[in-house]
Write a protein that binds this ligand. Structure first.
Ligand code: FAD
Length: 270
């Protein structure tokens, strides 16, 4: 195994990151080569892009995202935000999990992207700032509602959860409510299940589906006040509830949280 293969297959200890070079530029797009593409379902694929050297890290703070530039089906430029599912402790590469919509403009670009092609990326972007131990517990409410699935929510909150849980110096607990339309819409289910198996005392995920399959034991319908009460930490100065979904869902969740007594300081919306 070459050094490159070795370091790509390993996650690096924190001190090793000091040796690494961050690759993102907030002002200019940089091109990254697609080295692997894996279809996860009929319209979801995982894309792995190489960083310049095997010890490079992307340089993306927890909870922030990148801008990707591509061309739509008529050749016009399109720029959209995406959240890598990898962290800066994953060296030499970064990954995106992309849900591709038949009529989606950037979806077209990703559908056409082949191994060996390059993707233009700029960043970091985003308002979220996190210091380990900043709060005792996070509640996270993610997803879509009704007929509006939200592909950003899974990657966004899963990456925050993973960064918190995998940091040995961080004891913060994470309670995720993840709402989707159907079972197949749940992005990153395996990764989330993996985290709850490894960190059973620190990470809990509760799925809510609009159209559940038979014998479903999660929540059904829209995320309700009762679900928040049962699956998120109660209001306190040292907790925060993160919301990540389409605007109607965020609005409904903000109203629920206000009614349940969560102050503005206890809430954050991506
Ligand atoms: C911070 C942030 C991070 C994100 N991270 C990710 C990520 O990691 N992975 C990912 O897949 N996406 C992510 N998204 C969503 C992404 O930015 C695009 O919105 C998405 O890829 C669709 O873009 P598009 O140009 O293909 O579709 P558009 O051209 O904008 O939409 C055209 C048509 O596609 C369909 N469509 C588009 N979006 C949806 C939707 N959500 N639900 C149902 N139909 C839809 C509709 O028919 C719509 O009319 C993120 C968004 C944000 C804001």
């Amino acid at each position: 195994m070459s050094f490159g293969e070795f370091s790509r297959s390993m996650r690096a200890p924190a001190h090793f990151l000091l040796w690494c070079t961050a690759c993102l530029d907030p002002e200019n797009f940089r091109d990254f080569e697609l080295v692997e593409r894996k279809q996860l379902s009929h319209n979801v694929a995982k894309f792995r892009f190489a960083l310049p050297i095997p010890t490079s890290s992307l340089g993306l703070p927890i909870g922030q995202h990148i801008s990707c530039r591509g061309k739509d089906s008529v050749g016009e430029e399109v720029i959209k935000p995406y959240t890598p599912t990898t962290l800066d402790s994953d060296l030499g590469h970064f990954e995106l999990v992309i849900k591709m919509y038949p009529q989606g403009r950037m979806s077209h670009h990703f559908r056409e992207l082949k191994v060996g092609d390059y993707l233009s990326v700029k960043g970091p972007k985003g308002r979220f700032r996190y210091q380990p131990g900043q709060v005792r517990a996070f509640g996270m409410i993610a997803g879509g509602s009704g007929i509006t699935p939200c592909s950003k929510s899974g990657p966004q909150l899963a990456s925050v959860a993973r960064a918190i849980l995998e940091n040995p110096k961080d004891a913060t607990k994470v309670h995720l409510i993840y709402a989707n339309v159907t079972y197949d819409d749940i992005l990153l289910k395996e990764e989330l299940e993996g985290l709850s198996e490894i960190y059973p005392d620190r990470f809990k995920v509760y799925y809510v589906l609009n159209q559940p399959p038979e014998n479903w034991n999660g929540g059904v319908g829209f995320v309700s006040k009762e679900m928040i009460q049962a699956h998120c930490p109660p209001p306190a100065e040292d907790i925060k509830i993160l919301r990540c979904g389409p605007p109607p869902m965020n609005k409904a969740m903000a109203a629920h949280l206000d009614e349940l007594g969560y102050s503005k300081e206890m809430q954050f919306q991506f």
